[in-house]
Design a protein around this ligand. Structure first.
Ligand code: SF4
Length: 200
């Protein structure tokens, strides 16, 4: 077992609340740190994720915690912050060797190492700055009045996610996103259901 370590914000066991894998049980590995600062004025929504704090954990410690909190679960979601700042081949290979499948939620600004089983790119940078241009799903968080960019990300599933304010979804924003999908029928609505389910 390699003894590499990573800055981890939190590890928890819950259900994926959005996108094509919504409703499935997953171990969440939230990495500390992000390379963006999403604000309503610039991005249409305020980042509501605490990713600044973290503790350094080795791969062996991460795996031990997975086995303790989610025995029987074989899917891990790599999230953040921005997980691509830390995710490397060693981590991917070690988690695969331990029997896990890997999903990732990335802002797309850093190209990912190969081998991840389910890639969600949720762009938070301009299209020309997107480096991860292949994904299983691409998801744009949209506030009221924001359009859909001509995406550079190649993905089978194209999702529009209405921006929440904390745990509240403004009906105007939802209505706006429904209208976007009706006008662009190759896109699909993806609401953050975990906020309604009252889970993380
Ligand atoms: S990219 Fe994601 S985690 Fe980073 S600031 Fe934006 S919303 Fe928050």
């Amino acid at each position: 077992m390699p003894d590499r370590s990573y800055m981890i914000n939190e590890i928890f066991y819950s259900l994926q609340g959005e996108g094509g894998r919504a409703g499935t049980a997953n171990l969440f590995l939230r990495f500390a740190g992000c390379n963006q600062t999403c604000r309503k004025e610039t991005h249409g929504f305020d980042c509501d994720t605490e990713f600044a704090s973290g503790r350094r954990m080795t791969l062996a410690e991460i795996l031990a915690e997975f086995r303790q909190i989610g025995p029987g679960c074989n899917w891990v979601i790599l999230t953040g912050g921005e997980p691509a700042l830390q995710v490397d081949r060693e981590l991917i290979d070690a988690l695969h060797a331990a029997g896990y499948k890997l999903a990732i939620e990335t802002n797309g600004s850093i190209e990912l190492p190969p081998g991840i089983d389910w890639i969600t790119v949720s762009p938070k940078v301009a299209e020309h700055a997107i480096r991860q241009r292949f994904a299983h799903e691409v998801k744009y968080v949209r506030g009221y009045g924001q359009g859909i960019p001509k995406t550079v990300v190649q993905a089978e599933h194209k999702l529009i996610s209405p921006a929440f304010e904390g745990n509240i979804l403004d009906p105007r924003t939802l209505e706006w996103c429904i209208r976007l999908v009706k006008e662009n029928p190759n896109w699909r609505l993806s609401v953050q259901m975990h906020k309604n389910w009252n889970i993380r």
